[in-house]
Design a protein around this ligand. Structure first.
Ligand code: GLA
Length: 395
């Protein structure tokens, strides 16, 4: 059974939902109907606009979630991608902290998963093979010898159904997708629902839910690339990072965990005290060589199944702080090692080496082939539920 099957029931997050159609939530929407009937009391809103279409002609929308402080989160139903997040620095100046593109065409053309939903399996499965219930499954190999991030057409490349969601403390968007039995080699018809909420406390909360009609494996995440200083115009090596993990899962040269859980103590992977990301990234260390920097899963310290603070990142010049909370057992720290300046993103910014960091909350890579890792199996009759929150403040 999937060890991430838990429900987080915090009072703070109890949300009253409204059944609404596209646009009705928008204060700016020029609906002829008296919008007031459908409006929640606060001033947050969801609007949507055209964002282009896919090669097969599917309509893609860009949703703007505005919280009561006027901060905007933009999310598209193509890949469930978070396109931008506007958060204040210590002076109150809003800035976009996400890498991404201005148009869906650019996301379709070439993206290292900027801001996208990842599924069915976040990170790698060795050789693209696993066995479940005595049946052998074979996935496309799309990363050296391994399968990465759901395959050739993972959840980052499909168009999701989208419904705006009004809550008392947030503006939200519910994305749904049914992945067919055998899609990208994975067994079972999988119904997935991802709820994004952009709260009045500047948190992006992501609730993942899924059911299957056959035993399968599942490991959903979001692949946000963050740069708290300027959204990707400069390096993240000066950002200070804290990860609440006493251990990490060392990898082989193809980035597959060896199965060991190694203490971080005395290694460049010890982020239990906030340390600049760049402080040890160039150390003479085999693990850093295999990852070309940090590209590793950390084993989070936790006692129960609930939301825990996994990581905190602060940027010294702007004072922006990001906290990642999750119900998941692991988090992948990736330091933009494959970025090399050839991808030109929002506003014409060329994304250079290490101009972003990712903190992908997850079960451990290659769990289907590692019986000692927390299980990623999902069985018929079970409901997969995980939650991740990225919370922004300034200091
Ligand atoms: C994850 C992987 C990295 C890389 C990025 C996308 O973080 O672990 O190795 O594939 O996604 O480029």
């Amino acid at each position: 059974m999937h060890s991430g099957i838990t429900q987080v029931n915090s009072q703070k997050y109890s949300i009253r939902t409204f059944a609404i159609g596209a646009c009705i939530l928008s204060l700016a929407c020029s609906s002829p109907e008296p919008a007031a009937q459908q409006q929640p009391a606060s001033s947050h809103s969801v609007t949507d606009a055209a964002f282009g279409s896919t090669a097969s002609g599917e309509d893609v929308r860009l949703y703007t979630l505005t919280n009561s402080k006027g901060e905007e989160a933009k999310i598209t139903n193509y890949g469930g991608i978070i396109v931008s997040l506007e958060v204040p620095d210590r002076e109150g100046n809003l800035g976009d902290v996400m890498l991404g593109y201005d148009s869906v065409d650019d996301y379709i053309k070439d993206t290292p998963y900027f801001g996208a939903l990842i599924g069915r399996y976040g990170n790698r499965i060795a050789k693209g093979k696993f066995t479940l219930d005595g049946n052998a499954y074979e996935l496309a190999v799309n990363d050296g010898p391994n399968a990465l991030h759901g395959g050739l057409k993972g959840f980052d490349k499909v168009v999701w159904s989208a419904e705006p969601l009004a809550g008392e403390e947030s503006a939200g968007l519910v994305l749904s997708y049914v992945s067919q039995d055998g899609e990208e080699g994975y067994p079972g018809t999988l119904s997935v629902k991802v709820t994004y909420r952009w709260t009045n406390d500047s948190e992006i909360r992501i609730d993942y839910e899924a059911t299957t009609d056959k035993p399968t494996v599942l490991n959903l995440t979001n692949h946000a690339y963050f740069n708290l200083k300027d959204g990707g115009a400069s390096s993240i090596l000066d950002h200070a990072l804290m990860i609440q993990a006493d251990g990490f899962t060392p990898i082989d040269e193809t980035l597959i965990p060896t199965g060991e859980i190694r203490p971080v103590e005395g290694t460049p992977f010890d982020f239990r005290q906030a340390t600049a990301i760049g402080a040890r990234i160039g150390d003479d260390n085999e693990q850093l060589k295999f990852g070309l920097g940090y590209d590793h899963n950390f084993v989070l310290n936790r006692t129960g199944d609930g939301l825990v603070l996994a990581a905190r990142v602060s940027e010294p010049t702007t004072g922006r702080v990001l906290e990642a909370l999750t119900t998941e057992p692991g988090i992948q720290l990736y330091t933009g090692n494959f970025l090399d300046g050839h991808l030109v993103g929002k506003g014409g910014t060329a994304y250079a080496h290490r101009s972003a960091f990712c903190l992908e909350t997850q079960h451990f890579p290659n769990s289907p082939n590692q019986p000692d890792f927390p299980s990623t199996a999902l069985l018929p009759g079970e409901t997969y539920r995980t939650t991740t929150v990225y919370r922004f403040t300034a200091m």
